[in-house]
Write a protein that binds this ligand. Structure first.
Ligand SMILES: Cc1ncc(COP(=O)(O)O)c(C=O)c1O
Length: 423
């Protein structure tokens, strides 16, 4: 079976029918920013908010406690972990920080990471360097641009306390070789914190296979969950080895006037007050992805993003800027003369196509050296179609050649709207 046939396993029509944004003539290619929530997922959030409004927030949480439990179960299932290893939090950064700042950092400790590490993580490394005197070292890349596992291993010494890797960077189609890195981490007995913010919901994840010790994920991106949600997975053996940097009545129990007991499961990284409706929605989003089948989602994303890369590379003066042997649904590209900051708003306002400007910042040192600081990021999901891809390519051609969008005089809408609706 060829890749196109495999991709057809997915019921794209059902996905689109359940995604109201698709029905409005929008081409949403900003799934790496915040994807479009599916209707049943959004409904789970609004239902809970309505219940809070009717019977009270605490009472609603008590009545729907099975949905909150289901969120832990679905998140655990998504990554192949146990429910006791999941903490529901507000985003991927909080999840990542919860464990990073729980390490008892001492001067001279070493963190090994790569050039494609997420910017906020890079800032946290520098922060910890200033506060605790840790050292952060960046492993080199292979000629394909992936983090080089051999280079990473060469940087591990007796001071190394943590390996941190972003699975898929925010601004590159690159996929880092996390299983090879996990094998090294296991072999050397060093905890491995995986930033799976862009890969959760996009490709199948199995923490056992990857060999990571902790994993951070967000709700709103490829999981298609609500904003302001995320989760942490932490391997059982490591839970009691990390003392959270903050405690409250959720993460610990006040057992005597001068005594507290920290929770024995991953809830030690949570706080008592949280976004219950959001977490129910996060659970619904994880379940939605699992029901569709993450493997099928991944097949379809690769097929669509592969087609998009090919078509963009065939356009004069456009160049795809992604690295790696295998590539994700995050497609980044630049035009020789047009700035990303010009292209992205024009795509949105003139063509109803959502993409984003990706600033290279620290995660793209190589490009900065070449003088590139901005890229267009078009991130596809399984509910996108070949028509979406064709429409983007048509729009880019028109923008680059100065051809205006053709408006239908009777409706004032772009002629391309109609074409996009065909699934
Ligand atoms: C690779 C990566 N890690 C972490 C984050 C941070 O996620 P959040 O905004 O949910 O904290 C992002 C967000 O774009 C990301 O792309």
């Amino acid at each position: 079976m060829g890749i196109i046939d495999q991709a057809m396993v997915i019921d794209a029509e059902r996905l689109r029918a359940e995604t109201p944004g698709c029905l409005d003539g929008l081409v949403h290619l900003n799934n790496a920013g915040a994807s479009l929530m599916a209707a049943p997922v959004a409904q789970s959030v609004t239902d809970h908010l309505a219940l809070e409004q009717r019977i009270g927030g605490y009472e609603a949480a008590a009545r729907q406690s099975h949905l909150i439990d289901a969120a832990y179960q679905a998140a655990a299932e998504l990554v192949g972990g146990k429910t006791s290893e999941i903490a529901l939090l507000d985003n991927a950064t909080r999840a990542w920080q919860a464990v990073f700042y729980a390490m008892d950092w001492r001067a001279g400790d070493r963190v090994v990471t790569g050039h494609a590490e997420y910017n906020s993580n890079m800032i946290a490394f520098r922060h910890a360097a200033d506060r605790f005197g840790i050292e952060v070292v960046l492993a080199g890349d292979t000629p394909d641009g992936e983090l080089d596992p051999a280079a990473l291993e060469a940087l591990i010494d007796e001071r190394t306390r943590l390996i941190c890797v972003s699975h898929m960077p925010t601004n590159d189609g690159l996929i880092n070789p996390v299983e090879e890195i996990g094998a090294i981490a296991r072999d050397r007995g060093i905890p491995f914190l995986l930033d799976a913010c862009q890969s959760a919901g996009q490709m199948p994840l199995d923490v056992e296979k990857i060999g990571c010790t902790m994993l951070s994920a967000t709700g709103r991106k490829y999981l298609r969950g609500p904003r302001g949600t995320g989760f942490l997975w932490i391997q059982s053996d490591w839970i009691e080895r990390l003392s959270p940097h903050v405690l409250d009545i959720r993460s610990a129990e006040w057992v005597a006037v001068d005594k507290y007991r920290i929770a024995g499961d991953a809830t030690r990284f949570e706080l008592w007050e949280n976004n219950v409706a959001g977490h129910i929605g996060l659970g619904a989003a994880c379940r939605y992805a699992l029901d569709i089948g993450v493997e099928d989602i991944w097949t379809r994303i690769r097929e669509l993003s592969g087609a998009l890369r090919e078509q963009i590379d065939a356009l004069p003066d456009f160049k795809v800027q992604d690295h790696g042997r295998q590539r994700s649904g995050i497609v980044t590209f630049a035009h020789k003369n047009l700035a990303a900051e010009t292209i992205v708003p024009r795509l949105r306002h003139e063509w109803s196509i959502n993409t984003s400007v990706s600033t290279t910042q620290l995660t793209r040192t190589g490009l900065i050296e070449q003088g590139t600081t901005q890229l267009v990021r078009a991130s596809v999901h399984a509910y996108n179609t070949h028509e979406d891809i064709n429409r983007l390519v048509e729009a880019l051609t028109a923008l680059a050649t100065g051809r205006p969008d053709q408006q239908d005089k009777s409706t004032g809408r772009s002629n391309r709207m109609g074409a996009e609706r065909a699934v």
